[in-house]
Each structure stands twice: as structure tokens, then as C-alpha cells.
Design a protein around this ligand. Structure first.
Ligand SMILES: NC(=O)c1ccc[n+]([C@@H]2O[C@H](COP(=O)([O-])OP(=O)(O)OC[C@H]3O[C@@H](n4cnc5c(N)ncnc54)[C@H](OP(=O)(O)O)[C@@H]3O)[C@@H](O)[C@H]2O)c1
Length: 292
């Protein structure tokens, strides 16, 4: 299958593009800078970087020619809505039945109080990404929505765990907001395997929404503490209020526990990697090696 991956220079997208190439797909990667180190590194795995941006509909339309599936993991913080709408429009204009694997996350549930999140849990209709998911459903494009839990593992590049390694190695460990909140997690390599499983038979998953998590929820507080120890910092964790923190802390200042049984059954997918706490030492090694 010929697959175009957006965001393949990013944390999730890199793992996904490499995993798809490894199982024999012909993979191209949309990137705004095909000369960057991250883009060139993709070539070592047989992934072809293509220069462009989501907002450039004409260019994107050209890239879609001959492509069987698009895996969207790009996230443009400057224009999350416009960028994704441009992709939907390019796919609609291109016609055909190419499948879009659309990555969002659990922010679609907004400020909820659900003990467990499932694909049936009502989303917050005011949430930007929930609205984009709805627009995609309304556009009639063949697609599947994937909502990963908090991602960890690998080089922890743009993960929250990477932030905690950085803090532990500089100012010291900090925990934000509620101390008792519990989150679900997914290792980046297990997440990539879910995309591979989906693209074995994308038509079987048309219109579906899957939540992806391992079976080992953990409190962010335990992960902050363990990440600090792994990074060689034995300071006590400092506690910070949630106000003025970046969105990922404010949005997720609550339990975010995922039931991924629907995805497991439908995709024939079972997470294989270590849980977040056990994965911290190898991840710290990779994170340290990747530091500029
Ligand atoms: N990380 C997590 O813990 C986590 C958890 C749940 C869900 N997710 C979701 O998974 C997705 C990927 O997250 P991530 O952590 O891998 O993000 P990331 O590392 O920040 O990567 C995002 C990528 O998007 C690309 N991009 C940004 N704006 C673009 C544009 N206008 N046109 C084309 N490409 C553009 C960038 O590539 P270039 O700079 O090369 O163009 C970048 O490599 C996001 O939707 C995120 O919300 C992530």
C-alpha cells in the first residue's frame, strides 16, 4: 500500500512511518522541512520525506495521487483547525476511496468526570478536536479516528515524560495540579503497531473510533517521581498549581483512564511494551542520546 504520513518528523508520526515501512508499505512523509535532521533520518528507514505544509492544498492534492491511505499525525499548534480542514478538503477534492487515519486524543472529552473513557463516552462538543472529528464524519471521507492515551517511550521527544526528564535534569521534578489523578498510557511503539494493524484492512474499520492504551494506568505523580530518579535527581517533587500551566496540564487535570478493549478486539492488537514506569530507564537513555 502507498501511504502518506503527516507529522512523520514528530514523536508519534516517526514511529508510525517507520513501522509501516518495516512491514512493506511504500511510505512518504509530509514535512515543512525535508532537509531537517528528523526528515533525513526517515530516509534511513525507507521513508521518503516530501516538502510541504497542510495548508498548501494544491501541493497536498498532488501528493495524494496514487496514495491508498493517509495517516495524519501532524499537529499544527498555530492553526490546528485550518491545517486539518485543509487536509479534509484536499482528500475530498481528490475523490477516490483513500482511507484517512485521523489522530486526535482524549482532549475531545473536555472537562469530564468519567471513571473510564470508551468510544461511546460522549465528547465535549465545544472541544476543537471533537468538532474536527465531527466535521470529518460529516465529510463522508473513508476514515478511522485514533485517540491515544498519554504517549511514552522511545526518545520521549515531544512527550510529557520528555518534559519531566528535562525538568529533572535541570530545575528539579515538579507535579502540576491534582495529586491523585490517574492517567492511561501507551508506549509509542505499541501505538505504531495499532496503525499497522489498522492498515492491514482499513475498510474493516471505516467510520470507527478507537481508544489506545495499555492496561496499566499510573498516576502522573508516580511517573514524575520515577522519571526524576531515573534522571539521577533525588530532590523532593515540588507541587505547582494548575493555573497558568500549558494546556496539556490544564486539560488533563483529572482522571483519564481508557478502556481500549474495542480497539484490541477490532484490530487484533495487544500492547507489548513495558508499562510507563518500567519503560522509563530505556526511554531516558534514548532521550539523553537524542538531546541536541
Ligand atoms: N505525544 C502524546 O503524548 C500524544 C498523546 C495523545 C495524542 N497525541 C496526538 O498525536 C499527534 C502527534 O503528536 P506528537 O506528539 O507526535 O506531535 P509532534 O511531535 O509535535 O509532531 C507534530 C508534527 O506535525 C508536523 N506539522 C506541524 N504543523 C504542520 C503543518 N502546518 N503542515 C505539515 N506538518 C505539520 C511537524 O512536522 P514538520 O515540522 O516536519 O513539518 C511535526 O513533526 C497529535 O495530534 C497529538 O495531539 C499525542
Amino acid at each position: 500500500m502507498r501511504v502518506l504520513v503527516t507529522g512523520a518528523t514528530g514523536y508519534v508520526g516517526h514511529a508510525v512511518a517507520v513501522a509501516l515501512a518495516e512491514v512493506g508499505h511504500e511510505v512518504a512523509a509530509l514535512t515543512r522541512d525535508s532537509g531537517s535532521g528528523r526528515a533525513r533520518a526517515l530516509e534511513d528507514f525507507g521513508v521518503l520525506p516530501l516538502r510541504g505544509r497542510l495548508a498548501d492544498r494544491a501541493l497536498l492534492s498532488g501528493m495524494l495521487v496514487g496514495v491508498d491511505a493517509v495517516v495524519h499525525t501532524a499537529f499544527d499548534p498555530d492553526d490546528p483547525v485550518g491545517a486539518d480542514r485543509a487536509l479534509f478538503a484536499a482528500l475530498a477534492a481528490a475523490g477516490g476511496r483513500r482511507h484517512l487515519v485521523y489522530t486526535t486524543g482524549c482532549s475531545v472529552y473536555g472537562e469530564h468526570a468519567h471513571a473510564m473513557l470508551t468510544p461511546q463516552t460522549p465528547v465535549d462538543n465545544g472541544n476543537v478536536r471533537a468538532r474536527l472529528e465531527a466535521e470529518l464524519r460529516g465529510a463522508g471521507l473513508p476514515h478511522t479516528v485514533l485517540r491515544p492515551a498519554m504517549v511514552h517511550g522511545g526518545d520521549a521527544r515531544s512527550s510529557i515524560v520528555g518534559d519531566w526528564f528535562r525538568e529533572a535534569a535541570s530545575t528539579g521534578p515538579v507535579h502540576r495540579g491534582r495529586r491523585d489523578k490517574v492517567w492511561s498510557w501507551i508506549h509509542v511503539e505499541d501505538l505504531a503497531r495499532a496503525y499497522v494493524a489498522l492498515l492491514r484492512a482499513p475498510g474493516d474499520h471505516e467510520g470507527c473510533t478507537y481508544l489506545l492504551a495499555d492496561a496499566h494506568p499510573a498516576t502522573p505523580l508516580a511517573v514524575v517521581e520515577a522519571a526524576a530518579r531515573v534522571a539521577g535527581n533525588s530532590d523532593a517533587v515540588a507541587f505547582a498549581p494548575i493555573e497558568n500551566e500549558k494546556p496539556v496540564y490544564r486539560v488533563f487535570d483529572r482522571d483519564e483512564v481508557i478502556d481500549s478493549s474495542v480497539a484490541r478486539a477490532a484490530l487484533g492488537w495487544t500492547p507489548q511494551e513495558s508499562d510507563v514506569l518500567a519503560a522509563l530507564p530505556p526511554s531516558f537513555e534514548r532521550w539523553s542520546a537524542a538531546r541536541p
